[in-house]
Design a protein around this ligand. Structure first.
Ligand code: FAD
Ligand code: NAI
Length: 464
């Protein structure tokens, strides 16, 4: 009999960990997953992707019903009102259904849930809730948590992080968001739609770092039009509780005169950092890099044989689908198969209105590498967008000037998150812009705008 309790022990049940555990079990490996939360699914299902998208949907419906925006379609709604408790109820129902679903999948696939916080006691041993388990392979999938802002204490009442911002019991009069990234804009959108005045304070000269420059500009323009007050190149130097609210002191990032801003709620959303505290990595002989991440090779193996790492705790974008794909790949590698993730083709989506999505290189990055051709198509000229009178945004295709191979696609459109999947698939297959331009697209649909942007790379779009 084997000396090991498990072939694979996964630490953390987020999208990386639970997927790795299920795939390992599917491949015939005896698998356990340690999770210290009361429910499975990690940040994404409990306090991230899922509850935020639930609130984004509900708040969008409320804004449409309440603002009179539907009247132009012949739908008149008088006296639409907000039931915030019901909205939170819907959020919790989505979370419960999905986290419970992972528990079901664990049972179905015979993955054992070790309830409690795991810590290494050696290279192949881990302690969970007072018991030590020996595993042939250990996968670290402990994810990430909110980066604190030095000198600012999150109380999750007035000064909140993303988790607190999902659970506010009433709509704040004025919400100040520190950080113009994905969380700030998504959760800022939720509370703005429900009636809050929202100010975003961003340290850099533009919001949405990492995205294509033109997309960042267009996004800022659209958010300002929606009523966001966006203060870029501004740093927060102090946040103090005052009465039922808080006062922020801000000044130009380059230095200059300080100003104060009063807020009912302050959302700190300046990024996330890897979770390695309390794991006792030293007992396994592992160290973290300068950014606190666990370094891995192409196969997700750490420096210690038998220990692997995936998801937010390793370098790369902190996204659920990236973690999931790494979860599948690491399990396949452990089972002796060949698990690969193409990190050049990881889409990212901001679920605001309109949605903002991208995959591959930005125009700026592509130009640094060589000559490019760029094709753009405005949603204003897309028949489906016109039909539903939701014409904000554009599609942009960036292709290599010589080979025509698609290097990046950027989309601002009501359904950009759905449209980007086609671009990712095309890039995964090594498509040229001509391949997309000559693929028959159903009419009238939003993806026709991608086809037209690809035709624009060829210099021959039809509808502009
Ligand atoms: P996590 O999901 O963080 O899971 C790690 C798990 O490990 C946690 O449950 C934790 O309790 C557990 N754990 C940690 N240490 C231990 C230990 N020592 N012992 C036992 N258990 C441990 N990404 C998207 O792609 N799309 C989105 O729409 C999106 N929206 C988001 C919205 C918000 C508000 C936030 C905060 C994040 C969002 N993300 C989104 C990011 C996404 O949640 C993460 O990229 C993803 O959850 C990372 O998965 P993971 O498996 O690496 O880690
Ligand atoms: P972020 O990295 O997206 O944005 C943080 C922003 O804060 C940046 O623009 C940064 O310049 C700014 N900033 C940093 N320090 C600052 C300071 N002191 N003052 C003012 N601004 C400051 O991080 P965010 O929004 O916290 O999200 C964390 C991660 O969670 C994202 O990077 C993403 O990986 C993931 N996420 C993904 C979502 C999605 O896929 N739709 C949704 C929400 C989160």
């Amino acid at each position: 009999m084997s000396d090991y309790d498990f072939d694979v022990l996964v630490i953390g049940s987020g999208p990386g960990g639970y997927v790795a555990a299920i795939r390992a079990a599917q491949l015939g490996l005896k698998t356990a997953c340690a999770e210290s939360r009361e429910t499975l699914g990690g940040t994404c299902l409990n306090v991230g992707c899922i509850p935020s998208k639930a609130l984004l949907h509900s708040s969008h419906l409320y804004e449409e019903a309440h603002s009179g925006a539907l009247a132009k379609f012949g739908v008149k709604i008088d006296g639409a009102s907000l039931d915030l408790d019901a909205m939170h109820g819907q959020r919790l129902k989505a979370v419960k259904g999905l986290t419970g679903g992972i528990e079901f999948l664990f049972k179905k696939n015979k993955v054992e849930w070790l309830k409690g916080r795991a810590a290494f006691t050696g290279k192949d041993t881990v302690e969970v809730a007072g018991k030590t388990y020996r595993a042939k392979n250990i996968v670290i999938a402990t994810g990430s948590s909110v980066t604190p802002l030095p000198g600012v204490t999150v109380d999750n009442e007035v000064i909140v992080d993303s988790t607190g911002a999902l659970e506010l019991a009433k709509v704040p009069g004025h919400m100040v968001v520190i950080g113009g990234g994905v969380i700030g804009l998504e959760l800022g959108s939720v509370w703005r739609r429900l009636g809050a005045q929202v100010t975003v304070v961003e340290y850099l000269d533009q919001i949405l770092p990492g995205m294509d420059g033109e997309v960042r500009k267009e996004a800022a323009k659209l958010f300002k039009k929606q009523g966001f007050d966006i203060k870029t190149s501004t740093k927060v130097t102090k946040v103090e509780r005052k009465g039922d609210g808080a006062v922020l002191t801000v000044e130009p990032a380059a230095g200059g005169e300080a100003q104060t801003i009063e807020a009912d709620v302050v959302l700190v959303a300046i990024g996330r950092r890897p979770n390695t505290d309390g794991l006792a990595l030293d007992k396994a002989g592992l160290v973290v890099n300068q950014r606190g991440q666990i370094d891995i090779d192409h196969d997700f193996a750490t420096a210690v044989p038998g220990i692997w790492a995936i998801g937010d705790v390793v370098p790369g974008p902190m996204l659920a689908h990236k973690a999931e794909d790494e979860g599948i790949a690491v399990a396949e590698n452990i089972a002796g198969l060949t698990g690969i993730v193409n990190h050049d083709v990881i889409p990212s989506v901001v679920y605001t209105s309109p949605e903002i999505a991208g995959v591959g290189l930005t125009e700026e990055q592509a130009k640094e590498r060589g000559e490019v051709k760029v094709g753009k198509f405005p949603m204003l000229a897309n028949s489906r967008a016109k039909t539903i009178d939701d014409t904000a945004g554009f599609v942009k295709v960036i292709a290599d000037a010589k080979s025509d191979r698609v290097l990046g696609v950027w989309i601002v459109a009501s359904v950009a998150g759905t449209m980007i999947a086609q671009a990712a698939q095309a890039m995964e297959f090594g498509a040229t812009s001509e391949d997309i331009a000559y693929t028959c697209h159903a009419h009238p649909t939003h993806p026709e705008a991608l086809k037209e942007a690809a035709m624009a790379v060829q210099g021959l779009p039809i509808h502009i």
